[in-house]
Write a protein of this length. Structure first.
Length: 490
């Protein structure tokens, strides 16, 4: 019921269990599973070449007051620490920034500030595949077993082997995360996952369905694809991204390893207002290891939109082509990218998240506008990105916390039953109320009145209900347009 988003990152120490490196595009927009509480943590594009994007960036002037107000509220009300928005079109790139690069800093982030971009990395991985296919080095329909050691057993169900395209479109039948991901440090959950473990999991996994039969977002599959492509090119994943994409497009700050200059410009990641460590993702790098800046991401979008000449034009266009039509809620899937049709065009997009960052990037299929949103905390920025590309997509409500007496908070502590197997447990840590849904992490809730509380991580609210005598007897969960009652139990 409370839905906690899935990204290649999770802000909670146990998030690696559900698998995040990016918010799962299959769940957004308007695709949230109502049975999950607090959910965190994607036709052929005809590329038209326009003039090159101007080198001098101008500040964003056309952001509507409602968007600016939402950005300011997210920072001022403690949803995030700092935020950078970038827009690009035929007139060039523009930026808008607010907040701080760290909770303890007074420096505002800008277009050169470095952020972890999480699962947006998957788009780069898929473009590597498209580029290698265009060069004749691989074919999209090649079985992945062709590119792995003979000692690795690739699971097969039916007559269809897992192909490179299946990995790039999340239709391989492989799960979100491997069950042998058991990190020594939950705050850096992918750091010690090895190639031996990658192979061991694949060799012993049984597919639940035929490859190609169904979309299921998979960090493991994307990481495996990145590993395969780098292995075939006899190089590292990072070197492959640098030589085939970053250096070609002039993305000097799109890297996995931070240079000293990038380190100085790094925005510190945060879980709420608490600074957290960066993530290291050596083996599954293709799923979420890249760091970048708004400047680089707009240059990347400009190339995808056909605003600049690039040798990657054909590979980029191939990555935009819809490979999977309508796997869920009207969404379509390209190579790496996800496609959201609306009106006479569509938004081609991806989002991302790691332990202390969230990101969004996307552009209109007709090439009129591209958007990137980067933030150094775990609050989703998807609604900002979608709204800037399609004003009919609503900005989510941002609430201001208020002070509530300790006695009132104490009265809400307890267990609330929403159905026979689903409970919400409310606990208190100092002046902070926490909630935990069955089988999910504990999350903070914040008062907007004495009886109404909200979450900063997702668009959900709770109302505590009292009897005529003043006793707290139930709560109501407001999420996804539904109101669900949970009675207080012993």
């Amino acid at each position: 019921m409370l839905t906690v988003a899935s990204t290649f990152s999770d802000r909670s120490p146990t998030a690696y269990v559900t698998g995040q490196m990016t918010t799962d595009p299959s769940r957004k927009p308007h695709m949230t599973n109502v049975r999950t509480l607090f959910q965190y943590g994607a036709g052929v594009l005809c590329v038209v070449l326009l003039h090159a994007v101007p080198v001098v960036a101008q500040p964003v002037a056309e952001l509507l007051d409602a968007v600016k107000e939402s950005i300011h509220q997210r920072v001022d009300y403690g949803y995030t620490v700092g935020l950078v928005v970038g827009l690009v079109d035929a007139d060039g790139p523009r930026y808008y920034s607010y907040g701080r690069v760290a909770a303890a800093s007074d420096r505002t982030p800008d277009e050169n500030t470095v952020f972890e971009i999480g699962s947006i990395t998957k788009v780069f991985t898929a473009i590597l595949l498209a580029d290698m296919a265009q060069r004749g080095e691989v074919a999209l329909d090649d079985p992945i077993a062709t590119y792995l050691p003979d000692s690795v057993h690739v699971p097969v169900r039916g007559e269809q082997p897992i192909t490179l395209k299946h990995l790039a479109t999340h239709t391989s039948g492989l799960p979100r995360l491997p069950i042998n991901l058991n990190p020594a440090d939950p705050a850096n959950p992918y750091a010690d996952y090895s190639v031996a473990q990658l192979y061991d999991f694949l060799s012993h996994y049984t597919l639940p369905r035929d490859a190609g039969a169904q979309y299921e977002y998979s960090n493991y599959g994307a990481g495996l694809l990145g590993h395969i492509l780098a292995r075939h090119a006899d190089t590292s994943y990072e070197a492959l991204v640098e030589t085939r994409i970053a250096d070609v497009l002039g993305l000097g700050d799109t890297r996995i390893t931070l240079s000293p200059a990038m380190q100085e410009r790094l925005a510190k990641g945060h879980n709420g207002s608490v600074e957290v460590a960066n993530w290291d993702i050596p083996t599954l790098a293709g799923a979420g290891a890249l760091r970048s800046t708004a400047h680089d991401m707009l240059a990347f979008l400009a190339a995808n939109m056909g605003l600049v000449e690039t040798p990657l034009r054909d590979a980029l266009a191939l990555s935009h082509e819809v490979q999977i039509d309508n796997p869920s809620g009207g969404m379509q899937v390209g190579l790496g990218w996800h496609v959201r049709p609306h009106g006479e065009t569509a938004t081609i997009w991806h989002n991302g998240g790691t332990g202390g960052y969230r990101s969004f990037t996307g552009f209109l299929q007709d090439g009129r506008k591209g958007v990137v949103v980067l933030t150094n905390a775990t609050d989703s920025v998807d609604d900002l990105g979608f709204h800037l590309l399609d004003p009919s997509y609503p900005l989510r409500a941002i609430y201001k916390p208020v002070a509530v007496d300790s006695e009132v908070l104490d009265a809400y502590v307890g267990n609330y039953q929403l159905d026979s197997a689903f409970f919400i447990t409310v606990t208190r840590e100092g002046e902070q109320l926490m909630v935990q849904a069955t089988g999910q992490p504990r999350l903070a809730i914040y008062p907007m009145s004495e009886t109404e509380f909200f979450l900063k991580d997702v668009d959900a609210r709770l109302t505590f209900n009292r009897s005529d005598g003043g006793t707290v007897e139930s709560l109501t969960l407001h999420q996804n347009g539904q109101d669900m009652l949970g009675k207080k139990v012993e």
